[in-house]
Design a protein. Structure first.
Length: 375
């Protein structure tokens, strides 16, 4: 009879400790005079009774009539987070709710290599919007799963995955998930109200209820602004989908869709010969093959956003090339950087879901900048 009684006492003590454990509490102070049309929302948040060193503080901002909505998020480090939100001149007057919600994790990535026989290691390169770069080798389990935890970066970053070591067939079929973007049960919440400008009539906030579901399909944003300008060529659109901080550097773009000059060339290097200032391309008639130098260094090579070697670049038939971009030295889109710039080709199959498709390159959204302007 002693053992069941002891177990019951132990369970009761555990239950009492669990029920009396202090829950996290979000405390927020808002600064600024919001009666003016051009102003800032400055907030400082502290989370009390929170034992972890980091987390994510989501800020859902909307007018109390649920007509205009924005989702922002900030890294919580040592229980604190802060931000400065600039409002444009066109920002409508009204009463707005600031709903803060605490999540335990920072941004982190969970991924899976879908190949039938996934490698035990893969490379990844990440380039943030401010051009900061990280590169390392990730372990992959026997089922193809890998993880990149505890990421902190502003705006968004581009992640490119590749096999360890350059090969001719340098592609992976990868899927990613970022749990910080998914629906979650918050550890703590806090809702505050501010008045922007001078509303036409008083607003009663007692009936306001925050609904996370409404932020999945926002009803409206600020008035659309139409910008007119020169229409982009199809080749520019293809290159743009692979940019994300990699290929938007200054360089020379050649269109393989509107003309047949690339298609009728023996190779992409033969086409580029004499067309890019400072790019030296030699084609030896013996077994040495091609030699490429730009400012005395060999460039980095890419096919549809994935790094390859010179032979891999030459393996793509010119009839498959939609665009070529030669990026001026130096180029920082590879782990060690390239003093010789880069040559990137983009195939006509880059958007068709084939093995040249975009299944190894992803844009991941990070945190709101400390100084952010609402759009």
């Amino acid at each position: 009879m002693l053992k069941p009684y002891t177990a019951w006492i132990t369970a009761l003590i555990f239950l009492l400790n669990f029920e009396t454990e202090a829950q996290p509490v979000i405390s927020v102070s808002i600064k600024g005079d919001h009666s003016a049309k051009t102003n800032l929302i400055i907030f400082e948040a502290q989370v009390k009774n929170y034992t972890r060193k980091y987390g994510t503080l989501h800020l859902f901002l909307e007018d109390v009539n649920h007509q205009r909505q924005w989702k922002l998020r900030y890294p919580l480090l040592d229980g604190a987070a802060s931000g400065q939100i600039a409002l444009p001149d066109s920002f409508p007057a009204g009463v707005y709710a600031l709903h803060f919600s605490l999540r335990r994790e920072l941004v982190h990535i969970m991924g899976r290599v879908k190949d039938k026989k996934p490698p035990r290691q893969i490379n990844y390169i990440a380039v943030a919007a401010n051009q900061d770069m990280a590169a390392t080798i990730l372990p992959v389990d026997e089922y193809g799963y890998f993880e990149i935890p505890n990421l902190v970066f502003d705006d968004k970053a581009t992640f490119i995955f590749s096999p360890v070591g350059k090969t001719k067939d340098n592609w992976l079929d990868v899927e990613l998930e970022t749990p910080v973007d998914s629906v979650f049960q918050p550890l703590a919440t806090q809702t505050l109200f501010i008045t922007i400008g001078t509303p036409e009539k008083g607003v009663d906030t007692t009936g306001y209820r925050f609904s996370g579901d409404s932020f999945i399909y926002p009803k409206s944003t600020l008035q659309d602004v139409t910008i007119t300008g020169k229409a982009k060529k199809e080749a520019e659109k293809i290159v743009e989908q692979f940019q994300g901080g990699f290929f938007d550097k200054e360089g020379y773009l050649f269109d393989g869709l509107s003309t047949d000059e690339i298609t009728t060339s023996i190779s992409v290097l033969d086409y580029l010969t004499g067309r890019v200032p400072g790019l030296q391309i030699y084609n030896s008639k013996d077994s040495a093959g091609y030699s490429v130098l730009w400012r005395g260094f060999e460039p980095a090579y890419f096919i549809d956003g994935m790094e390859t070697d010179l032979q891999g670049l030459l393996s793509v038939a010119t009839s498959e090339i939609a665009a070529v971009k030669a990026i001026r030295p130096p180029f920082y889109g590879v782990s060690m950087g390239s003093a010789g710039g880069a040559i990137a080709i983009f195939t006509k199959r880059s958007t068709t879901g084939s093995r040249y498709g975009n299944h190894f390159r992803f844009v991941v959204y990070g945190y709101t900048s400390q100084e952010y302007t609402l759009h």
